[in-house]
Ligand binder design. Sequence first.
Ligand code: TLP
Length: 365
Amino acid sequence: MSSPAFPPEVENLVDLRSDTVTRPTPEMYEAMANAPVGDDVLGDDPTVIQLEELAAHMTGKEASLFVPSGTMGNQIALACHCQPGDAILIEEEAHILYYEVGAPALLAGVVSWTLPSNRGAMDPDHVERRILKANLHTPGTTLICLENTHNRAGGAIIPLEYMEAYRAKADSHGVKVHLDGARVFNAAIALGVSLQDITDNVDSVNFCLSKGLRSPIGSMLCGDAAFIEKARIWRKRLGGGMRQAGILAACGIVSLTKMVDRLAEDHARAKRLAVALQGQPGISVDLDTVETNMVLVNTVAPAGDWQAWLQQEGVLCFPVGSNRLRLVFHGDISDEATDRAIEAFKEVASQNCDQLHAIAGLETK
Ligand code: TLP
């Protein structure tokens, strides 16, 4: 079975807005067509059960829950680990805070204590100093939230020794650790370690099937059996119970069995583009920060201008700051598409040379 064709104007775009834009592979369409299904809210969808067992096994946790989105997985984790009024410790640009529309305050009802970081990695000693004991005046800290890889830090990997240090600090204060591991497989592949080397350091982890692993929908929340039992109730409460969800879980199984190793290709293409953009006028890329499938490009002109110029050349991306673009590599970006993106940057730079020099305060040649 092949994937349905897309209109040429869509097919020809190099879409680097996110790794969420990937379309299901032919094998996923095949798996969807053939998936045995039941009613997952009633607990009898065999394909969902198979996916949940697989995710639990891969993360080294007792159980897992198939949820519609990474956002829901993260927010359920907070609600299960914390009581309203508790404090969580979280990096100041974490997705849970930056892109989940205030949900920690609304759903779990927690106070978020934010900490700065070096490219997503908070200083473990700093984390420890911020752990509060509940008393008449202060909320008690019950959870440390981590993000690996870190989205706003451009796919940065949290070093393994930091993960171990957070675990040790949390244990010594009786605090739990949740990992927003939307792209944790990217971290494991880039570090050349097993997924469990990372997830052994956390009580719960949420990872996305719908990003580099190419599923159309879904995330897996993993943890111990009692946590997942509570999570199942929260999923229902939030309206995230899905019925013949085996149709989607079938894609998730393809993701976990066939799509993990290929993440290395996305990393290699991201690096290749970053290298090719070195020395281009009007932009800069710090090569050392390209660790996985994202490239942050600093622009002298407003990032919104660059976004529009690149779009005219058939390349889509998002600004993530007034002078910063984010480019995300994924399974629908081939070597040829990478070359087209590089050419588009060069074309924009040459077309806008005068303007770029003027903004940079340089003499126009
Ligand atoms: N990230 C999306 C946008 O929401 C920004 C993207 O394009 O990168 N955790 C992390 C670290 C994420 O990057 C995302 C999605 C999520 C959670 C949420 O996943 P979904 O979109 O499935 O709710």
